[in-house]
Design a protein around this ligand. Structure first.
Ligand code: ATP
Length: 353
């Protein structure tokens, strides 16, 4: 189990800065997911950790040792790509054994490690088949087997499930997580799929435009998004953000929302312009409420539904039970679960203390 620390890691391609990471620590044995939209710098960050891309400035420490100048093969890290390159004419056994043969590991040791990896991945019965004819899932398992046998200090995975269809992705997510629990190896996993990240991660790092916006457990990221972007990017449907007229009361435990007072948890900040952030499941619909609106759509999702409500402050989404009936056009009152209300600076879009 190894700890990976990134210090002031920057990567520029010409004039364009792809990554500006001030500080990031992957704890020993943790499963950390780098999450963010396409082009935000996830892959570049991972490639720098792997030693496949040289940072423009900054340091990468593995277990306290500065590895920034070391080549990829000197870092003792396994990289699993989306497009796993297996040798189709070789058997599964030989594909998995390949990195060990390259390192001239004794035969008996290779056989033992390949068997152990195959047991863990439940592919013992296909060890003597050629990889060319295997299903996507089995090929993915073989690729993982090839990473596991090396017993590396850490695993880096770049959208390894990207090519699989939805059902299979879900199954492989579970298997990967179980595998991680069995190996307890430090893992950095890249995806742009928030549900994959929420399901698998110990820690999620949300990136945008090369910058880390927030790093925390899935619970922290979901319930306390550090910025408006994170609140929008995590959660489906996203968090609601409403512009308030101002903070009121001496201790700031109320805001004025379209002329009506709304209780909020105490807010110490003195921002001029404030946004109220609330998840759809914490919006309460009723006949009364400080904010009035009109139902414009109902997204029925089987176990629950989401009402889309037009208000004077814009669209608000509210989650409701599957049996709740509100016809399109119905007037509704909206209130908010006080302890769940978050306040953001409307200019910096950061969570207020
Ligand atoms: P995706 O999910 O689409 O792979 P990502 O978050 O992994 O995106 P990166 O691949 O790290 O993003 O790319 C970050 C930015 O850096 C992008 O704008 C990309 O175009 C740019 N970039 C990456 N590699 C290079 C390169 N070799 N030369 C120039 N620009 C690059």
């Amino acid at each position: 189990m190894s700890t990976i620390v990134l210090v002031n890691l920057h990567k520029r391609f010409g004039d364009f800065t792809a990554v500006r990471c001030t500080a990031l620590t992957v704890g020993a044995g943790r499963f950390m997911v780098l999450l963010g939209p396409s082009g935000c710098g996830k892959t570049t960050t991972l490639r720098m950790i792997a030693g496949l891309e040289l940072p423009t400035s900054g340091q990468i420490l593995i277990d306290g040792e500065d590895v920034t100048a070391l080549r990829a093969r000197q870092r003792d890290i396994a990289f699993v790509f989306q497009m796993f390159a297996l040798y189709p004419h070789m058997t599964v056994r030989n594909n998995i054994a390949f990195p060990l043969k390259n390192e001239h590991v004794p035969r008996r040791k290779i056989a033992n490690r390949v068997e152990a990896a195959a047991r863990m991945l439940r592919i013992e019965d296909i060890l003597d088949r050629k990889t060319g004819g295997l299903s996507g899932g089995d090929r993915q398992r073989v690729a993982l087997g090839r990473a596991i046998v090396r017993q590396p200090k850490a695993f880096l995975m770049d959208e390894p499930l990207g090519t699989l269809d939805a059902d299979f992705r879900e199954l492989m997510c579970l298997e990967l997580r179980k595998l991680h629990d069995a190996l307890s190896a430090t893992t950095v996993y890249v995806t742009h799929d928030q549900s994959e990240a929420m399901a698998m991660a110990d820690d999620i790092v949300v990136m945008n435009q090369g910058v880390v916006l927030q790093s925390g457990t899935p619970h922290e990221i979901y319930h306390f998004p550090a910025t408006v972007f994170v609140g929008n990017f995590i959660g489906s449907p996203p968090m609601n953000f409403l512009a308030v007229d101002g903070l009121v009361s001496i201790g700031h435990e109320q805001v004025q929302l379209h002329g009506a007072p709304v209780p909020v948890p105490r807010c110490d900040a003195a921002a001029d312009r404030v946004l109220l952030g609330i998840r759809p499941e914490h919006v309460v619909l009723g006949e009364q409420g400080p904010l009035r609106g009109k139902v414009v759509a109902d997204e029925y999702l089987g176990s629950h539904q989401v009402f889309v409500i037009e208000t004077a402050l814009g669209i608000v989404r509210a989650r409701a039970g599957k049996n709740e009936r509100l016809a399109a056009g119905s007037p509704v009152g909206l209130s908010f679960r006080t302890e769940r209300v978050l306040l953001y600076d409307a200019v910096t879009e950061r969570l207020l203390p």
